[in-house]
Design a protein around this ligand. Structure first.
Ligand code: MTE
Length: 450
């Protein structure tokens, strides 16, 4: 079988809409040289443009001559018991950001938003965020327990096996999951070159599971007194988060085992994870092993040290868990290059932790003028929505922006407005308007418009 290098050598690997860094470039960039990273991405953007330019013209042998796949036998079925993308698409990958410090166990990989279509993230491209590495847990040995908490909250503590849970009636729903730290590197300035790294701690799947409410009822939970659920993971980091009871009682919080029609992937919490629609990813506890009920927030380490918002006066905001309305243009986006003047479709994603997206506006001049984008249905609550807008590029420098409004009337803020309230030293919960600058050369990079 041909390797990526073989395919690249004969120019057959379809370039992902952004390019790749060699190990030595990654080492350079890891030292904090962001300009180098920008230059590297821009250079490979130019390489990416080349194959498409060849396609036109008379005498094209791919039209005139018989091609191998039309003149020979194909492969038999079941050559691959579990199907894989075409080898020509191997360039589309989850990637670690060269600018971030990673350890083997505390790590993050980003979804290549620039190369996905519609709203569903293929499971193999779903971003990963692990506080202590991932596990391929033996499902026969995994248990989910509801017990403890404040006295009298749980009348009959119970332990469930995976089979116990899968026997119960299930629901399947489409939801986005976004890490609270998504776009976190952009607080101070435009820090990373591509949408994969500015917004790629974001994914959207159809999740299948049992409402947590049903399981709590099985255990005789006292919903009159219980106001908060504590959810705990089976990993060594013992990820523990407080979940307000309202979202549990509404039935939207799931103990999920399914993702996009199959079991969860190990790195995404197999065999059980919590699905907490609209809430930052850290509350979606993976490898879920225990819940209890209490009458006040638990204030665990993951709620006091991390995922809090540092304000300009030095105080912190805590429990700002809802992922506020946000959008980003995925094409054209940083690291890409417009091949020629003419017609383009600006396309992107919008989402809100408060419900449905009501509208998205798009600007090509840095927010001076806006046109309403078209929303692609279905538009679902607490789910990604794909939008698009036609655009004719005449070779001018352009500043591309999208601004989303959700059904509660919340509107995405500018960086200027965001900084007035939140300063520049936060990590979490950045939903500011993203700007991609298109240069006269067609190259696209990441800039900030206040
Ligand atoms: N659950 C456990 N048990 N351990 C973890 O490290 N990471 C959390 C959350 N659940 C984590 C966890 C964080 S910070 C995020 S953003 C999401 O899982 C990421 O989910 P994903 O890896 O499936 O994308």
């Amino acid at each position: 079988m041909e390797t990526n290098d073989d395919l690249t050598a004969r120019g057959a690997l379809r370039p992902a809409p952004e390019n790749f860094l060699t190990p030595s470039q990654i080492a350079e960039v890891s030292k904090g040289r962001r300009d180098f990273l920008r230059a590297a991405f821009a250079a490979a953007g130019a390489v990416a443009a080349a194959p498409a330019a060849l396609a036109q013209g008379a005498g094209d042998p791919d039209i005139l001559e018989p091609l191998p796949w039309a003149t020979s036998l194909g492969k038999p079925v079941a050559a691959l018991p579990y199907g894989q993308p075409s080898r020509y698409e191997r360039g589309l990958q989850r990637r670690q950001s060269p600018g971030l410090t990673q350890t083997d166990a505390a790590s993050v990989s980003f979804t290549p938003l620039q190369g996905t279509f519609g709203i569903v993230t293929p499971s193999g491209l779903h971003f990963e965020r692990h506080h202590q590495g991932w596990y391929d847990i033996d499902p026969r040995r995994h248990r989910f327990m509801i017990n403890g908490g404040a006295p009298g909250m749980i009348r009959t503590p119970k332990v469930f096996t995976l089979d116990d849970i899968m026997r119960l009636p299930s629901v399947s729903r489409f939801h986005f999951i976004e890490c609270g730290a998504n776009t976190g590197m952009e607080w101070g300035n435009a820090a990373v070159p591509t949408v994969q790294y500015t917004h790629g701690m974001l994914a959207c799947s159809e999740f299948t599971g049992v409402p947590l409410r049903v399981l709590l009822e099985e255990c005789g939970a006292d919903f009159a007194k219980g106001k908060f659920v504590l959810a705990e993971g089976a990993d060594g980091s013992s990820m523990t988060r407080t979940i307000p009871i309202d979202s549990v009682l509404s039935g939207e919080v799931l103990v999920a085992y399914g993702q996009n029609g199959e079991m969860l992937r190990p790195e995404n919490g197999y065999p059980l994870r919590l699905v907490v629609p609209g809430v930052q990813g850290v509350s979606w506890v993976k490898w879920l092993r225990r819940c209890e009920l209490g009458d006040k927030p638990y204030g665990t380490k993951d709620e006091t040290i991390h995922y809090v918002d540092l304000l300009p006066d030095g105080t912190h905001r805590q429990y700002t868990s809802i992922q506020e309305v946000k959008s980003v243009i995925t094409t054209p986006s940083g690291g890409q290059k417009l091949l020629a003047r003419g017609f383009y479709t600006i396309s992107g994603l919008a989402w809100s932790g408060r419900g449905r997206i009501r509208r998205v506006d798009v600007s090509t001049d840095g927010g001076r003028n806006w046109v309403q984008a078209q929303l692609q249905g279905p538009v679902m609550a607490k789910c990604l929505t794909r939008f698009s807008a036609p655009w004719v590029w005449r070779g001018e420098t352009a500043l591309l922006q999208a601004r989303a409004t959700d059904e509660t009337g919340h509107v995405q803020p500018t960086y200027g407005r965001m900084r007035e309230v939140r300063g520049t030293r936060s990590i979490y919960h950045n939903n500011s308007i993203q700007t991609w600058r298109v240069a006269a050369s067609g190259e696209v990079d990441n800039v900030q418009v206040l």
